[in-house]
Structure formats: structure tokens, C-alpha cells
Design a protein around this ligand. Structure first.
Ligand code: ADP
Ligand code: MG
Length: 680
């Protein structure tokens, strides 16, 4: 059974209302639930251990008295006497008066929060009621959830889903591979990931799941290569292509950088050739990859062939469509935008034009990969900022049933050693320089205690008519300890930035809403935008000059660098403010690296040396979330093994014939397979 096609509502207890909440986490199928793995694990405080002052902890507590409440305007503090082990403490709940009726004397709770010795109080960030008879596990899985889903409800759903469906999970790894690498079965690994009994369980679950994910990926990469080697396309005239590209370049309002020229010159012969191009173009944020892609599109269109340009979000599609309108349409190219939520008749006419060859280029989101989209003569696919390498491209190829030239663009620089491990000998072009005249973004580090000073800086910038991004690591305040949350900050800024419009955008909002907010920011109707990292991708707002990153020590280098790349894109100099308390040494080194260089390639290399293969219980950090679970830096060794195994497999006749490889084999076919768990 393919659990990714079974709707979540088939899980007992999940009705339409819950399904809607889950959809915000991109969970729509039973498979999505089972494969929504914890972001990390927390060790439960043991009764025999003394409570430690100021340390984030999970404790078991029993309500021992009735609540008293203090009100201050809209805010409330509720203090509830509790017993934690042998200690009597006051559990403090903030702005959660509605919990009052649940806190009955004698009730057992699991509390997440921090103990303060001086006041003998425990500040509660989150809590769960413990059902009688439940064993207390040593590790608690922590999932990334939105506020309208509690951890206990979510864990209940996972347990229900496992109860009913765990036996139907298809394990793609045959016995021989599992035995060779001492890997647990997929079913066992899933159970260990969601309900680990020991640290070893977590480690083994991780090994198995990441290995599976990476092996599928590597089989896809090799599958692409195999398909490419078997495909012949019409040869195009190189000289013609060059001339068409030059006519495009000549009418640009600027001269191309050397890196851009080189990228175009490398691509033209590959596009002309009868063997399909498959090239990865990496260039730092702002290095001008769009112009390179459009030059190739203009060349192909000049010879009568169509292109598809795929981006991850609606807002990016709209921005690129605008650029195409001013750069490509004057050359006579016919361009259309295909995104979700369009008028049915408009959509129909675009689809008809595409099929009839009346369009040269279609720019769009994942809707481009739908089966109803037919081209007359598709020659070039460009994927821009697609975080999951290969997956979306493969969907589009599958829908089209052909293999044209493919250009994958990314702003996440991958160090050369890593690129080899990831893609083998895939052709990579790097643009190393930025267009001339770009002013560096001034980067400063402030401690969290200085946030008032930072707000003053923001005000100064807004007063000049500029705009600011304010990024936080979390959406909801209750989710996690003392980290700044987007919703909290949004409330606070409402007061602190009175007189300016403050907006809020995060991954828990439906895409339609996010697009609206983003549009307002692009048009300057929002002065300061509070956001989670979802704004890291591609968007260009030239008037935005300030990027403030709260709890910057929580982010990986790649993410920090991407975020910084959002500002200083216009005529005004940009500023990036990193707000962080003294964290771990590693966090300090990351922040120092940010202060010292703006070169994404150097930062990527530093990330590799700073982290190396590492820390299992920590968060995933690569800004490049290509994988559901794996982190290409942390899990590099697993990737190397997966690459080796994939290569052995595709060269082994048995792999293509024997039934025990059936489900693994699907990944190596590019054209005709159903998605299993790496794809979504
Ligand atoms: P990215 O590589 O991040 O996708 P873009 O293609 O969005 O970068 O380019 C960033 C900005 O730089 C755009 O406003 C673009 O018009 C401008 N640009 C691109 N190439 C050049 C160039 N050679 N000289 C000056 N400006 C350029
Ligand atoms: Mg771009």
C-alpha cells in the first residue's frame, strides 16, 4: 500500500478540522504523518536528579494546590503549587488562563520549561496531562508544530497511525542490504524514531532512515544520468543559439559579469547538443542567475522551442514573471504565468496556448508539474531555488514523459567535495562574483539584552522610508523556552514600532495568505515584516535594508547567509543584525564567520569544517533542506556509503531483475514511477 496516497482522515480520530490543521504542516496523507519525524529529542528529568537552576527541562509534576492568578492588562500569570519529585514548587503559566480548569489537585502533568531556584518556581512553556499507567520514557520527541496542534494530540495521532498502518509500511531496503549495514527495518526504525526507548534507538532510527533517504536520492541521480545517456534530442545550431542569446544580452540594462558570461557560454553548446544538458548553476544570492537562465531561454525560444521555469513559491513566480515581462517580452517572446488559485478560464487558455505552441515560456510553481500541463516542444527546464534537488524536476519530467535540457539553479553554495558526494560528476557552474557596485551588507552582533537598542536602529531605518525583516526561529511562544517567537515579536513590535505597519508571515499560514502579506511588503504597504525563515528563498525587495535575526545562534550558517542576502539588493546599503546570547562555542564561531565574510562559498566551506559529521540530538542545520531527515553535512558519511551502494546496484544485473529490489528500483527510473517517501 502506498501510504502517501491514503488521506490522513483515514486515521481514527482525524476529522476534517484536524486534517486542515495538519495540512499547514504539509501533512495530508498517512505516510506524511508517519514520516513527520521529531525535530529533536529532549531527555526527561529523572526524579532522583536535583532540579537545576535556569536549565531547560522536561519534568513530571503533580498538582498539589489550587491556582492563583495575577492580571496585568491583557497579560496574566497563573501560579499553581506542584510537586516535582520531592520539591514543592510554583508552576507559572503565562497568558493561559484557560488551562485553569484542567489543573486539578492530584493530576499528573509533564511540564516543559525552566526551573528558577531563587523563587522555587518553574516557568512552564508547554505541558501535557499524563494518562494514568503511562510509562515515563527517557526521551521525549519534540516535533515542529503550529500552535493549534498540541504535542500530546500530535503524538496521539502518530500512535493511532502506527497502530493501524505500521504493518503496511513498505520497506524499500532488501534484507541483504540491511544485513550488510546492520540496519533496522523501516517499521522498527519508525517506531524507534517516534517512541525511542534509549539513545541507541534514536541513533539506529536515524541511521536507517537517513540511509534510506540518501540511497533513494542517489538512485535518482544515477537514474537521471542513465536516462540522459539513453536520450537523443534534436541538435540545434550552436551559432544560431549564440546569436539569439546575444540579442538578449545586448538589450539588458547592464553588462554581464564574467561569471554570468561564462555560465552562458558553457551552456550553449550543451543545449545545442543531441545529448540533454543537465547542469547545476550555483551562484550566491544576488549574483544574477536569472539573467543567465533567461539568456538560455531566449536562445531556445529564438529557435522556436519552449521553456519552463519553475520556482518554489507564488510570490517568486510573480516576481520572475515581472522580470520576464521587461526583459523577454520586448524581444517578442510570449510568456505566461501559471500559479495556483488562478481563474479557471485564464488557466485553460494558458494550457491551450502552451500545447498549441503559442507560448515560448511558462513561469510557475509546482503546478507546472501537473499532468494537465502539456507542451508542444519543451526544450529547456529551469528550476530556480528548488530546495529539494531533483524531486520537482523529476515530477515535471515524468509528467512530460521526455528528457529535455535541464538547468538547476541554487543560491546555496555547495563546497566542491560535498557536490561530488551529492551529485557525482554532474556538471556544476559557479558564479563567484557579484555585479559591480553592490555594497556589502554591514553585519553586527548584539546580545539579546540589547534588543531595545536594536529596535531603535530599526526605527531609524523605517523613518528613512526603508523596510525591515525581523526573523525569529519559532512561530509560537509556547513551543519552546525563551526563544523569541514570531507571534510574540509581532505583538511587541505592534507597540514598539507604533506608527508603522508591522506584518507577520510564517510557515503555519496558508500559502494564499502568505502571498498576500508578501505582496504588501513588496509594495511597501508593510514597513517591518516579522517572519520565520520561510522568507529566506529568492524574494527581492529592493527597499528592504534591514535584516534583524533574533536568536541568531539557533540558525545554521547557510540559513543566516541566505537571510542576509535578502537585504542590500537595491540602491541603499543593507544592514544585518544578529541578536544572540552567548551560546555554544560552535554557535559563536558561526556568528563570527558571519561577521567576517559575505562570500557564500567561504561560509559553506566553514560550515563543513565547523560542524563536520556530528551531533545527533541537535537540530538539522543545513539551510539546504533537500532532505526530510538527512543533513548533508552532518550525515556526510552516510551519503558516501549510499552513493557507493547506489552505484553498485545500478551496475548489478540482479538489481534490475530480482523482485526484492522492486521498490528500490523505482527510484532509479526517472520517467515512470510513483513517489515513495522521499518525494512529496
Ligand atoms: P540571484 O542570483 O540571487 O537569483 P538575481 O538574478 O535576482 O540574483 O539578480 C539580482 C539583481 O541583480 C537583480 O536586480 C538583477 O537585475 C541584477 N543584476 C543581475 N546581473 C547584473 C549585472 N551583471 N549587473 C548589474 N546588475 C545585475
Ligand atoms: Mg534568484
Amino acid at each position: 500500500m502506498d501510504l502517501f496516497t491514503v488521506d490522513v482522515t483515514n486515521i481514527p480520530g482525524i476529522g476534517p478540522a484536524r486534517a486542515k490543521r495538519l495540512a499547514r504542516l504539509q501533512i495530508t496523507s498517512v505516510g506524511d504523518v508517519l514520516f513527520y519525524f521529531p525535530a529533536r529529542y529532549e531527555r526527561v528529568h529523572r526524579e532522583s536528579d536535583p532540579l537545576q537552576d535556569g536549565v531547560q527541562a522536561v519534568v513530571e509534576a503533580v498538582v498539589s494546590g489550587s491556582a492563583s492568578v495575577k492580571l496585568q492588562g491583557k497579560r496574566s500569570t497563573m501560579s499553581v503549587p506542584m510537586k516535582i519529585g520531592n520539591s514543592n514548587v510554583k508552576a507559572l503559566f503565562f497568558n493561559q488562563l484557560y488551562l485553569r480548569h484542567q489543573l486539578i489537585v492530584g493530576r499528573k502533568l509533564r511540564l516543559y520549561g525552566k526551573f528558577h531556584e531563587s523563587t522555587q518556581s518553574f516557568m512552564v512553556n508547554r505541558y501535557e496531562v499524563i494518562k494514568p499507567g503511562n510509562r515515563i520514557p527517557e526521551f521525549i520527541p519534540i516535533y515542529k508544530l503550529t500552535k493549534d496542534l498540541t504535542h500530546s494530540a500530535f503524538r496521539g495521532m502518530i500512535q493511532d497511525a502506527m497502530r493501524v498502518y505500521a504493518d503496511h509500511v513498505e520497506d524499500s531496503l532488501p534484507m541483504n542490504i540491511r544485513e550488510r549495514f546492520k540496519l533496522r527495518s523501516l517499521r522498527e526504525a519508525m517506531i524507534c524514531a517516534h517512541e525511542p526507548k534509549s539513545e541507541e534507538d534514536i541513533r539506529q532510527a536515524h541511521r536507517r532512515l537517513v540511509f534510506g533517504e540518501f540511497l533513494h536520492f542517489q538512485l535518482q541521480v544515477l537514474g537521471f544520468r542513465r536516462m540522459r545517456s539513453q536520450t537523443q534530442q534534436v541538435t540545434l545550431d550552436e551559432q544560431d543559439l549564440k546569436e539569439k542569446a546575444y540579442s538578449f544580452i545586448e538589450q539588458l540594462p547592464f553588462a554581464l559579469t564574467k561569471g554570468q558570461q561564462h555560465a552562458i557560454q558553457t551552456m550553449i553548446p550543451e543545449i545545442a547538443s543531441s545529448s540533454p544538458m543537465h547542469r547545476l548553476l550555483q551562484g550566491d544570492v544576488g549574483s544574477g542567475k536569472t539573467a543567465v537562465a533567461f539568456a538560455a531561454i531566449a536562445a531556445v525560444a529564438g529557435l522556436g522551442w519552449q521553456s519552463a521555469y519553475m520556482v518554489p513559491t507564488t510570490i517568486l513566480a510573480m516576481q520572475q514573471f515581472e522580470v520576464a515581462t521587461s526583459w523577454l517580452v520586448p524581444l517578442g517572446l510570449r510568456v505566461a504565468l501559471l500559479i495556483g488559485g488562478q481563474d479557471v478560464s485564464l488557466r485553460q487558455s494558458i494550457l491551450a496556448d502552451l500545447e498549441a505552441g503559442k507560448l515560448d515560456l511558462v513561469i510557475g510553481t509546482h503546478v507546472l508539474a501537473q499532468e494537465q500541463v502539456h507542451f508542444k516542444n519543451l526544450r529547456l527546464i529551469v528550476t530556480d531555488e528548488q530546495h529539494r534537488f531533483g524531486v520537482t524536476t523529476r515530477k515535471l519530467l515524468r509528467a512530460q514523459g521526455i528528457y529535455p535540457d535541464v538547468l538547476q539553479m541554487t543560491a546555496t553554495p555547495i563546497p566542491r567535495t560535498l557536490a561530488l558526494t551529492l551529485f557525482g560528476d554532474i556538471a556544476v557552474t559557479s558564479i563567484r562574483e557579484l555585479p559591480p557596485g553592490r555594497q556589502p551588507v554591514e553585519t553586527k552582533l548584539y546580545s539579546r539584552a540589547q534588543d531595545a537598542a536594536v529596535i531603535t536602529l530599526v526605527r531609524t531605518e523605517l523613518a528613512k522610508g526603508r523596510q525591515a525583516f525581523m526573523v525569529t526561529p519559532r512561530i509560537d511562544p509556547t513551543e519552546e523556552s525563551d526563544m523569541t517567537s514570531a507571534k510574540e515579536l509581532y505583538d511587541i513590535l505592534g507597540e514598539e514600532l507604533a506608527g508603522y505597519t508591522v506584518g507577520l508571515i510564517h510557515g503555519g499560514m496558508p500559502e494564499r495568505e502568505r502571498t498576500l502579506v508578501m505582496q504588501k511588503f513588496v509594495h511597501g504597504d508593510i514597513a517591518a515584516l516579522v517572519a520565520t525563515t520561510m522568507i529566506e528563498v529568492g524574494v527581492s525587495v529592493p527597499n528592504a535594508t534591514m535584516m534583524v535575526i533574533y536568536d541568531a545562534d539557533r540558525f545554521g550558517l547557510a540559513t543566516l547567509h541566505q537571510l542576509r542576502g535578502r537585504v542590500g539588493r537595491g540602491a541603499y546599503p543593507g544592514q544585518c543584525i544578529l541578536l544572540a546570547n552567548k551560546g555554544s562555542d560552535a554557535a559563536q564561531e558561526r556568528l563570527q564567520a558571519m561577521l567576517h565574510t559575505q562570500d557564500g562559498f567561504i561560509l559553506a566551506q566553514q560550515d563543513l569544517t565547523l560542524r563536520g559529521p556530528g551531533e545527533l540530538l541537535g537540530d538539522r542545520q543545513s539551510g539546504m533542506s533537500v532532505f526530510r531527515l538527512g543533513d548533508i553535512v552532518r550525515d556526510m558519511k552516510i551519503m558516501e556509503v549510499a552513493r557507493q551502494v547506489a552505484s553498485e546496484l545500478v551496475h548489478d544485473e540482479e538489481f534490475w531483475l530480482l523482485p526484492n529490489y522492486r521498490s528500490l528500483r523505482k527510484y532509479a527510473y526517472v520517467g515512470n514511477t510513483k513517489d515513495l517517501y522521499v518525494d512529496s
